[in-house]
Design a protein around this ligand. Structure first.
Ligand SMILES: [Zn+2]
Ligand SMILES: [Zn+2]
Length: 225
């Protein structure tokens, strides 16, 4: 069962308590128990000894980051743009792990009240809620979240997996963009007309946005003058 303290910690990180945040915590907890792991600390995160592979970039993933200690910034989180609520925890070196997937349809009747689902549709999907609706949804969503701290293991699909070796984050040298003068990771420099130019100056890069990884993301920044 996910502890109250962990839910509060996750709230601090994620901004609010919601069902998928808590499911991310719970799924991670199950994977950690199966692998005999505790939250990744200094040794594991510096060395990338434990990896969490997530398959979505929604609330669930924030739960995974808080529970496992594997984050985007410490390179122990791998984001696969697959669009599923699942996490795989992997021990580097042994290359085995546990994948935990949740089928949210299975939870619907037991955990999601019809009222909450309809309100979610109105406020979040259609963006038509009043401020009262919004407040009511926030409360209901948090309540549902709290009720999910002890979703039984049987509700999850749990698989032992083997994984291929996963590369460590490389330490790459930086190169100066000849246009803006900023330092850039070497692999992100393009040579245009014999000049080293960064992607920002070229106006396009890959980016993770709400709908996942976008390969030709138009850089939206413009410096005010
Ligand atoms: Zn959320
Ligand atoms: Zn540049």
């Amino acid at each position: 069962m996910v502890s109250e303290a962990l839910v509060e910690k996750a709230k601090e990180f994620h901004g609010h308590i919601c069902p998928f945040l808590v499911l991310g915590l719970r799924a991670s907890e199950i994977a950690m128990q199966k692998l005999g792991l505790t939250k990744a600390g200094e040794v594991e995160t510096v060395g990338e000894e434990i990896l969490a592979i997530v398959e979505c970039n929604n609330c669930f993933t924030d739960g995974v980051q808080v529970a496992t200690g594997c984050t985007l910034g410490n390179n122990s989180l791998i984001y696969m743009d697959v669009g599923k609520n699942a996490v795989t925890l992997v021990k580097r070196g042994e290359w085995r792990g546990v994948r935990v997937y949740i089928d949210s349809e299975k939870l619907r009747n037991k955990y999601f009240k019809k009222e909450a689902t309809e309100l979610f549709e109105k406020v979040v999907v259609k963006r038509q809620g009043t401020s009262e609706d919004y407040e009511r949804l926030r409360k209901m969503w948090a309540e549902i979240g709290w009720s999910m701290t002890n979703v039984p293991e049987e509700m999850f699909k749990i698989e032992e997996v083997e994984t291929a070796e996963i590369e460590r984050a490389p330490i790459l040298e930086s190169v100066k963009c000849e246009k803006c003068g900023e330092l850039v990771m070497k692999t992100r420099i393009r040579v245009v007309d014999g000049k080293a130019v960064c992607l920002s100056c070229l106006g396009e890069c890959e980016a993770v946005v709400g709908r996942g990884i976008v390969p030709n993301f138009k850089i939206p920044l413009k410096v005010r003058r």
